[in-house]
Design a protein around this ligand. Structure first.
Ligand SMILES: [Zn+2]
Length: 217
């Protein structure tokens, strides 16, 4: 990955620290000393991460303005849990959590299995989640929030009619196919349930369907 960080080219040996863009401490570096380099490069040169802007907690700090804007524009609710260092995101139709996997230094995104807007917040947190597998491991909080937004928008379209999903990019085509398969699977399930119900109400129907099936063979 090539995340850019900010360093001071004049930092004394004991204070070689790198910052994320937007960190208040990065803004204190004199303009003429300020350098933007890749994080790997900074570490190679002996710079350590800033305690204020490091990790998910630091990302939440450096993205305050952005989070406020997402809250209004995308109607999302953000909550960072200090104890577990987990960021919870509630949208109109879903509940998500993000945390930093330390050994790979990347964020993982989890999606709550079920969602009901009336569920109490503590209960939402305690529920079961699954890893959102089609999301690449990333160190970008922005990418994850954009993914959540796109995912939930697509879900609303699917609930209405999946045919309206965009099909321009390769990824969009893939999601379209996925939605199509899901709708077809559900249609088969619905037919089975319907037949089972009809057969319960009218046992003589069973003979018809068995007859139909054997006549096909
Ligand atoms: Zn910093």
């Amino acid at each position: 990955m090539d995340m850019l960080v900010v360093i001071s080219s004049e930092a004394p040996k004991k204070r070689k620290i790198y910052h994320k863009m937007g960190c208040i401490y990065a803004e204190r570096i004199k303009f003429q000393n300020r350098l933007e380099i890749k994080v790997e490069q900074a570490e190679k040169e002996g710079y350590c991460e800033c305690k204020y802007c490091a990790g998910l907690r630091g990302d939440v700090r450096t993205h305050k303005a952005q989070i406020l804007s997402w809250t209004h524009k995308k109607e999302m609710e953000f909550k960072f849990d200090d104890h577990t260092e987990t960021l919870y995101i509630k949208t109109k139709i879903g509940f998500w959590k993000i945390y930093l996997k330390d050994d790979i230094d990347k964020y993982l995104l989890y999606h709550r299995n079920t969602f009901d807007a009336n569920t109490d917040y503590q209960e939402l947190i305690r529920g079961e989640f699954h890893r959102q597998k089609d999301v690449k491991q990333t160190d970008s909080l922005v990418k994850l929030v954009e993914y959540i937004d796109a995912h939930d928008k697509a879900k609303v379209v699917i609930q209405d009619d999946y045919h309206n999903l965009p099909r321009r990019t390769k990824k969009q085509k893939k999601y379209y196919k996925q939605a199509e398969r899901k709708v077809k699977r559900e249609a088969v399930k619905r037919m089975d349930t319907l037949f089972a119900m009809l057969e319960r109400q009218n046992p003589s129907l069973k003979n018809v369907s068995i007859y139909e099936r054997s006549s096909v063979c």
